[in-house]
Every structure is written in C-alpha cells, then in structure tokens.
Design a protein around this ligand. Structure first.
Ligand SMILES: [Zn+2]
Length: 291
C-alpha cells in the first residue's frame, strides 16, 4: 500500500521534540539495497498528516556529514511511502542580511561535496535528472506563508554551498563562497536533495543559521568560549522556531503531498539508456523510485 507520508529529516533535538507530538508513534528499522539508514524511522500522525522522522546523524550524533548514508535514508523514506520531504540542518551565514538565529527556505545549491555516493543509478544506466530548481516551490511556499502567519522570521530563499567538511572553511574559501553569490554554507544537504529528486519526491530544506561563517571579522577580544556560547544560543533559537514552523505546518496543512508537482515526475525523461540494456534485476531493485 502506498501512503502519502511527509518525511522529516533533521537532528536529534528536532526528533525528540517532534516525537512528543506524534500520535500512535512506532519505530521501524528499514533495510534498503543501499544498506541501513542513519537510524530507526519514527512513524506517526500529526494533525491529518502521516509523518516519518529520521535523524540524519543517527543516535547520539554518531555520523559525520561524510558518513551519513544518504542513499539509504532517501530510499528508506520512499519505500515507507514518503512523497514529500521537509529537511532541516544547521548552516553558517555568508550574507550580512541573514542573521544567526534566522531560518532560511533554501532554493538553490552549489555542491562541493566529493566523498559521497550521489546517485541511485550507478551501474543501472545513464539517468539525468533536471536540477535547475532543486527544491519544491510548493512546499517552500507553504512553509513561507506559515512562517509569516505565526511570526517566525524566515527568509524565503537562499543559495546553500554544501562542503565536504568535517573542518569548516578557511577565510579565503569563505570569501570565495560569498563571491560566488552563496548565502549559506553547510555540510549535509547534498547529495540528499539530488537523491530526493532522483526518488521523485518534493523536497524542501529549512536551514538553521548558527553563526556568520569566518568571512566576517569577529568582535574584538571575543574568546572561543563566548563564541561557542553565542552559536549554541543561536542554534537553540533557530531550532525552536523551526520546530514551531514544522509542527504548525503538519498540524494545520492537509495537502502536503502533490501528485501533480514536477518534482514527482523527475524521472519521466531522465533515463537515457535503452530500456533493453538495463538489467532486469536492477529495474526490480529500483522500481520504487519510479512510482
Ligand atoms: Zn514538488
């Protein structure tokens, strides 16, 4: 049975707070052709929405951004019936106007990650998905309207550079990312967003701004301890606001799954390999992505 589930990808704090809102919660341990996802998936209901939550970093924040099993995460959600993903993650700001503690509904990406498995279709054939608009404008619109209604300061767009990490940028890199026109820097949105597109799901990302990246001169005399305290307090504010926003959307919005959205047809013209050349077992293995 295919259910129209809304998937939430995020960190530990978000999951704990959301799980308290879930009625009839149960956890499942999916297995996929791409291995096990980051952890158990929590299933339940919020308002009229069926929701699946997955903690991207696993229990106890065990997985670094390079170690996250992105393919297994997205595949597991698709198999469970998720058709819309609302993701969240921490970022640094590259834009003076985007202040630490704010939320941003990301609309564009620059992908600098290089150690991660970035496609479901390796060995399957040549599959080229359109990525010019990498996040779903419908889901972004709903999140933006709701944020305005409930008074949560949220930027309606922003370009996110995904770096491999785990170290943060050098100052020269940070200045270069600004020069590229990027607004945010983070380590986890890619290849997550690309895989969601390959899985024909609507995908939106709420970025939680923890600090200004190192391009911006620090306050004079600011020590490491006070900087860390400031980052933690910005993250608490952003996480609280993100939770309010996501809870409000899930509780009050009925239509979060759009069967007619372009995101849901991303494989329509994407397979360039002759169907006769594609292995039957591979077709069977990835069948769910085409649904
Ligand atoms: Zn969409």
């Amino acid at each position: 049975m295919v259910e129209n589930i809304v998937g939430i990808l995020g960190g530990t704090g978000l999951g704990e707070a959301l799980s308290e809102q879930l009625s009839g919660a149960e956890s499942v341990k999916p297995r996929t052709p791409f291995g096990k996802p980051s952890g158990e998936v929590l299933l339940g209901n919020i308002g009229s929405n069926r929701v699946a939550f997955l903690n991207r970093h696993g229990s106890g924040h065990k997985l670094s951004p390079s170690e996250i099993p992105y393919r297994a995460n997205i595949f597991a959600l698709k198999e469970l019936g998720v058709r819309t993903v609302i993701s969240s993650g921490a970022v640094g700001s590259l834009n003076e106007q985007i202040v630490p503690g704010d939320l941003v509904l990301v609309d564009q990406f620059i992908d600098k990650s290089y150690k991660r498995e970035g496609s479901f279709f390796e060995g399957f054939g040549a599959v080229h998905c359109e990525m010019s608009e990498p996040t779903c404008s419908r889901v972004r619109g709903i999140l933006g309207n709701k944020a305005e209604q409930i008074g949560v300061l949220t930027h309606s767009k922003g370009t996110y550079v995904c770096m491999e990490g785990p170290q943060f940028s050098t100052r020269a890199e940070s200045l270069m990312h600004r020069f590229w026109g990027a607004d945010l820097i983070g380590m986890t949105a890619m290849p997550e967003a690309k895989l969601a597109r390959e899985a024909q799901m609507c995908y939106a990302l709420v970025a939680l701004v923890s600090d200004y990246d190192c391009w911006r001169p620090r306050k004079e005399g600011e020590d490491k301890q006070s900087l860390l305290e400031e980052i933690i307090s910005n993250m608490e504010k952003a996480t609280e606001n993100c939770l309010r926003l996501i809870k409000n959307v899930l509780t009050n919005e009925k239509g979060l799954v759009f069967s007619e959205c372009q995101c849901r047809k991303s494989l329509d013209l994407a397979v360039w390999t002759d169907q006769n050349q594609i292995d039957t077992a591979d077709k069977e293995k990835l069948k769910i992505l085409f649904e």
